[in-house]
Write a protein that binds this ligand. Structure first.
Ligand code: 4AD
Ligand code: MG
Length: 441
């Protein structure tokens, strides 16, 4: 009978029929009278059995891991007691080799091995991606993006696509990537926040999924030079509304991903101990965090006690989050350590209406705040940070043409994934990571 060409994800629907499946040899076991292949096509894994006449004529040397092959045969339900992906296997009656892979050094196997040298794995990322863990994280990443878009739809935010090439900063001049834009100075965007703010009067609440760029000089396990930034902006809200919205968003996304058939088993495999965080999330003021750190003898990077006004360093923040071991909304950071646009707290002018969401294993995954909606205050913000207001005229105009109370946030997708998939570093949570010293492949 004619064989229908199928993708592995659809195998179950094609049991007991003759099919044609194309893919890469993921695993291989050669015995005297039988060859077992686990075939991979990106949508799943399928065990295939070649035996009898089929292997009499076969040049066994063609069978090497990563060789591309088209196999014809019948998908059969496995008998009781045998296991294979999907609970079935393909009994082959014909095959053709499409593209051979190099033999000998089992290169891929070594690279994919968990203990392979980090730099080798990163140089060979295009091959590492073929492994179960690396491709698993990327499948969850796709599911998380789907879930965010679905949750934003639920919560009434409209998607926009702001520019990546800009002439303004958002999060400080020291991490800007500068480039020559037809002879003018321009930067790669650090955050689309300012653009989202301009959308509120036109489109209502908005979000974007956009690359952000930071020239971070230090190599850490949670900093990339290019990362996927999920940002939202909401009009006519209070700081409390902002926190509730964030908790709802994070929880909805989690619900959707954990019920997604293309993600849930992978997450179980990558992060067997993952527990859905209890609501409401813990809320802690910056000032209380400083006290907490000192009470638990967690020092600054310089080995000193923490003082009000210190930027809480990555190491201390991570230790605190790991010890508390649940999501924390850390709020009310001092004005001096935050960006020019953040609104002050009316009841304590030393601090801002700001929040970082901290997750165990990673630390900060979200930064957000209420924005200065008063023109005079914003001019003061520029002055405090030594920013020339001229290129920001369009942002400033929002305060002249019908201002409103508003706030928003940015979430680092790779950090969210590092938390959800229990990855050591955000470098494993994107396709091709960029950080100091690496822009290849
Ligand atoms: O805290 P950040 O700098 O906040 C902003 O950019 C705001 N303007 C966002 C907004 O309000 N619309 O960055 C937000 C998040 C961080 O919490 C972190 O998860 C991620 O972006 N992030 C990075 N992720 C990977 N590598 C880096 N170098 C990152 N810098 C920030
Ligand atoms: Mg931040």
């Amino acid at each position: 009978p004619i064989a229908k060409s199928i993708k592995i994800r659809d195998s179950t629907a094609h049991r007991d029929t003759r099919v044609k499946v194309s893919g890469w040899i993921h695993r291989l076991r050669v015995q005297a009278h039988m060859i077992f292949i686990v075939l991979r096509d990106g949508t799943g894994y399928l065990q295939c059995i070649l035996e009898g006449d089929l292997i009499k004529t076969l040049d066994a040397l063609q069978f090497i891991e990563e060789t591309t092959i088209t196999i014809y045969g019948t998908i059969k339900t496995l008998p009781e007691g045998k296991t294979a992906p999907g609970g079935h296997e393909l009994t082959a009656d014909y095959y053709t080799v499409v593209g051979k892979a190099p033999s000998g050094d089992a290169a891929i196997g070594n690279i994919v091995a968990p203990d392979a040298e980090q730099q080798i794995k990163l140089d060979q990322r295009h091959l590492v991606l073929r492994g179960e863990q690396a491709s698993g994280v990327l499948k969850v990443r796709a599911g998380v993006l789907r879930a965010f878009r679905r949750a934003f739809e639920d919560l009434g935010l409209l998607e926009v696509t702001p520019p990546c090439m800009v002439q303004t900063q958002v999060e400080g001049g020291s991490t800007l990537f500068e480039f020559n834009y037809y002879g003018e100075k321009a930067y790669l965007t650090q955050s689309s926040q300012l653009y989202l703010e301009t959308c509120l009067p036109a489109l209502g609440d908005v979000f974007c999924v956009q690359e952000s760029f930071r020239a971070e000089r230090s190599v850490t396990r949670r900093h990339l030079s290019e990362y996927t930034h999920i940002e939202g902006e909401l009009a006519f809200i209070s700081f409390d509304d902002l926190l509730s919205h964030l908790e709802e968003l994070i929880s909805r996304v989690l619900d959707y991903v954990l019920e997604d058939p293309s993600c849930k088993d992978i997450i179980k495999e990558l992060n067997p101990d993952f527990k859905v965080p209890e609501r409401p999330f813990m809320r802690m003021k910056y000032e209380d965090a400083i006290k907490w750190l000192n009470e638990h003898d967690i020092k600054t990077d310089e080995g000193k006690d923490h003082e009000f006004g210190d930027d809480i360093a990555e190491a201390a923040e991570r230790r605190m989050t790991d010890m508390i071991n649940r999501p924390i909304f850390l709020t009310h950071f001092p004005v001096e350590i935050k960006s020019f646009y953040m609104k002050r707290d009316e009841s304590d002018k030393r601090v801002t209406e700001s929040v970082d969401v901290l997750m165990p294993g990673v630390g900060e995954i979200v930064g957000g705040s209420m924005r200065m909606d008063d023109l005079t205050e914003l001019m003061g913000g520029y002055a405090r940070e030594g920013i020339d207001p001229a290129p920001y005229y369009w942002f400033t105009d929002q305060r002249k043409y019908g201002t409103c109370p508003h706030g928003g946030y940015g979430l680092g997708l790779e950090r969210y994934l590092a938390w959800l998939c229990n990855r050591w570093t955000v470098r494993e949570c994107c396709l091709y990571p960029r950080y100091v010293g690496r822009c290849t492949p």
